[in-house]
Design a protein around this ligand. Sequence first.
Ligand SMILES: [Zn+2]
Length: 150
Amino acid sequence: MQCPFCTSEDTRVIDSRPVEDGSAIRRRRECASCGNRFTTYERADIPLIVRKRDGRLEPFEIDKVRAGLRSALADRPVEGNRLERVLNQIRDEARARGRVVSSDNIGRAVLEHLARIDHVAYLRFASVYKEFEGTGDFEREMVELQRRDN
Ligand SMILES: [Zn+2]
């Protein structure tokens, strides 16, 4: 573990104890180069799980959300880093819901963001996500988008 003060790799653990009801380990470390002390925490990296419409569970993969957003936004004007910012927000929102999030919740979160970014991309994504069957579905979503803008 690198020292945050002088970046030396020569640090040692001087104390180690379980905290947070045993779900984490707190370690005090001391740097042999500069003598400063600092604290580290070790926790399990708990995966976020997605419940699909058919009930199956699978690991949350931000790459899948990115691919969906990319294809909805293909050829649409969008700032370079906006996509990544939106992806971070979608992941944070999903995490805030707990360990298991439904694919419907993720789809709705994507739609919420697309509604603010680009209406064409919104309609593209909605047509797949909501399984549009006819022009009536598009008209309903157009009305919905206009309502949001007012
Ligand atoms: Zn140091």
